[in-house]
Design a protein around this ligand. Structure first.
Ligand code: ACM
Length: 705
């Protein structure tokens, strides 16, 4: 029997747009899929996995499908303990109807259909890309019950909402060896992301071997660069996972590392050293020199042969123009060409560059600053400064992708990324203009990450971007997303990602030979500062070790998330406050922790600046316990107590050690509730909670989220 569970069908007022959202029946189907498929039709029963699935490949033969099937088999075997290659047991038929393009293209069909019955599974797709996605879905469906592993019976029709679902990794500000790239490509494949944007040149490093201009990597990389063989290896690895690789060589600014070996490219005389600090710097290429275009022609020609994708990213962001202003040759050149501003000069540069790229059969891609020109319409604009840049590009007829809202380096909660939509409901774009919005990319800039910590900044939060870009626009249930992320996030470590497993070793290193647990209690509830706040500490550069509490702490604390959920459900029961143990136990733990942790903090150079946070967590927890006491009593807390509690919580929100205590807002909600119990007489519990949430939000420092 077929059942539609909680099915919600939306017809847009414009008539033609149709989207379907089906939520799982939580009781019978713990739906952990991320991104949520376009259409899910749950069926009765399960496909038991007490023997291994026997695989049959039908349709065309493509190595990618075979390789993906082997990966699937390995992962399933590891998860269920059943050995692959058995000749008994249920079947899985994989029908791939046609070969993919030799070079994966942005418009290739990625859809698939999956049916699971008690006897077996059937996966069909028009193209290997759909097959790969379907296999990931199948793995996400595997569940463990009393009778062992199984897959619930289901029919899924799935396809992406957006064509371009990317992740940028900056391999320059901190070097990222190929193991880092490979394991993140695995994570991307699981999340059905299809573009790896590789940021390969910066002030702080030039990261690719050039045979034509070897001083680029020899002098501009500290020896940390990818050989051409390694680049090819990554491109093959990515293709096997349905992922395109777009290189970015950021010019004309962000180019100090180029000038160490080739100072003649710069708009001011050298010598140059690799930049160690972070920020926007003056060095820029000289757009008035023919030699620069000759060099770029040679370089782009060489790289065009290495990177097969049709797009080539030339950066184009954050040129401060100082070197151009100070160079009389450039000023004369601008006057002669009738170029009035530095933006005009950069537009001239981009036009020359676009011709070079076209000569090498590449389409140009750039950050939204490149839009300031009359470039050909096949240039792709990546919007980072705001969603308006995206709309502007689409209105002018350019294809465009969104990265504003998807900056992982800002250490924001997944909910913020989940809410950022390339085509939000309020978008005023016409259907033609909407067709130019190809998707988006999460961006992992690497000022504050290194190979040890990068996974924990990319995952699991990138799942929010992956779902926003794959699933229908109507998929908006944030709680449901977080529930699924709680299951799929840890599972990503099956692929070799280290976003969770590196946490305790980092804390143990900080704890030295003392008990790590008190440090973990604190680390579990703090988050690194957000929105570029860590730059305010000023000491950071690309050599500075990222080995402090702010580096070990996760951008989004699970414990804080759980505590907030507990506070919310507790306060929804007002005025008959229910079971308190989910609240009291952690508060007691935080309150007591400072005494246990203090000796370690006092003796450690790396931790001594955490002392105020530890003390503040303890004081805030004490206040939280007092708030519960008042709530249980049913009597509003006295004004003097409210004032004292407010002071404690305000102090606990101050910055120390580059971390913020993520449970303070939830404790504040308890405190406000205790002080405002009498308001319940005049308003509904829902409105009361909403009013408390608004006050909590207003009390947060504006940089918090
Ligand atoms: C950028 O963040 N400057 C693209």
């Amino acid at each position: 029997m077929t059942r539609f569970m909680g099915c919600l069908v939306l017809f847009s007022l414009t008539g033609f747009c149709f989207s379907l959202e089906v939520f799982a029946d939580e009781a019978t189907h713990p739906n952990n899929m991320i991104p949520l498929p376009a259409e899910i039709i749950w069926q009765e029963g399960k496909l038991p996995l007490n023997a291994f699935l026997q695989l049959t490949l039908t349709g065309v033969k493509e190595p990618r499908v075979e390789v993906a099937t082997n990966r699937f088999t390995d992962r399933l075997a590891k998860r269920t303990g059943n050995l692959a290659g058995s000749t008994e047991g249920p079947t899985l038929t994989i029908d791939c109807k046609a070969k993919g393009l030799p070079i994966q293209s942005v418009r290739e069909d990625e859809s698939y259909n999956l049916t699971v019955t008690p006897k077996g599974g059937f996966l069909s797709a028009a193209n290997p890309l759909g097959t790969l996605h379907g296999l990931e879905t199948l793995l996400q469906l595997v569940e463990k019950g009393d009778q062992g592993y199984s897959i619930p019976c289901v029919t899924i029709h799935d396809k992406p909402r957006f064509l371009w679902r990317g992740l940028l990794i900056d391999a320059c500000r901190h070097w990222m060896p190929i193991e880092v790239i490979k394991r993140n490509l695995d994570g991307m494949a699981e999340a059905k992301m299809n573009v790896f944007h590789w940021h390969l040149s910066e002030n702080q490093g030039f990261r690719v071997e050039s045979k034509l201009y070897p001083k680029l990597q020899e002098m501009g990389s500290d020896g940390n660069f990818y050989t051409q063989e390694q680049i090819k290896e990554i491109i093959t690895y990515a293709r096997d996972r349905g992922i395109r690789v777009i290189p970015e060589f950021d010019i004309p600014g962000h180019t100090t590392a180029w000038f160490v070996g080739y100072p003649e490219l710069a708009a001011a005389p050298g010598s140059y050293q690799i930049e160690r600090k972070f920020g926007v710097f003056d060095p820029a290429m000289d757009p008035s020199k023919e030699e620069v275009y000759k060099f770029l022609d040679g370089f782009i020609g060489e790289m065009a042969g290495l990177f097969p994708d049709e797009y080539f990213h030339i950066g184009g962001d954050e040129v401060n123009g100082k070197q151009w202003n100070q160079n009389p040759e450039i000023q004369r050149f601008m006057a002669k060409q009738g170029l009035k501003t530095n933006e005009d000069l950069q537009a001239y540069f981009n036009k020359r560059l676009e011709k070079i790229l076209a000569k090498h059969h590449k389409k140009m891609m750039g950050w939204d600053e490149v839009l300031n020109s009359d470039l050909p319409k096949d240039v792709l604009v990546q919007s980072w400064r705001g969603i308006d840049g995206l709309a502007d590009a689409a209105k002018k007829g350019y294809d465009t992708i969104l990265s504003n809202g998807y900056y992982l380096d800002l250490a924001l909660p997944a909910s913020i990324h989940y809410a950022a939509d390339p085509l939000p409901a309020k978008s005023d774009l016409t259907p033609d203009q909407r067709a130019h919005v190809l998707g988006g990319e999460a961006c992992m800039w690497s000022e504050f990450v290194n190979p040890e910590t990068v996974d924990s900044r990319v995952w699991p939060r990138t799942l929010a971007v992956a779902e926003r870009l794959w699933s229908p626009a109507s998929v908006q249930n944030l709680d449901d997303f977080y529930n699924r992320m709680e299951v799929e996030g840890p599972r990503l470590e099956e692929l070799g990602l280290t976003h969770r497993s590196n946490y305790l070793p980092m804390l143990k290193r900080l704890a030295g030979n003392t008990d790590v647990n008190p440090l973990k209690v604190l680390a579990d509830v703090v988050e690194p500062l957000k929105n570029y706040q860590r730059h305010r500490w000023g000491a950071y550069n690309s050599d500075y070790p990222l080995d402090r509490l702010a580096d070990a702490a996760r951008p989004e604390s699970d414990s804080a998330h759980l505590f907030r959920k507990s506070v919310n459900s507790y306060l929804k029961e007002a005025p008959a406050f229910g079971d308190l143990k989910d609240l009291i136990a952690p508060l007691e733990n935080w309150k007591e922790n400072h005494q246990a942790l203090k000796p370690l903090l006092e003796m450690s150079d790396l931790l001594v600046d955490v002392l105020p946070q530890s003390q503040d967590l303890s004081s805030a927890a004490q206040v939280g316990l007092e708030a519960i006491h008042y709530l249980k009593s049913g009597q509003p807390a006295p004004a003097s107590w409210q004032e004292k509690a407010k002071q404690i919580l305000d102090r606990a929100q101050e910055y120390h050690a580059e971390v913020q205590i993520a449970v303070i807002p939830a404790i504040r909600k308890l405190v406000l509730a205790a002080g405002q119990l009498d308001k319940l007489k005049g308003m509904s519990v829902t409105d009361w909670n909403k009013s408390l949430d608004d006050q909590v939000q207003a009390a947060k420092p504006k940089e918090w989220d």
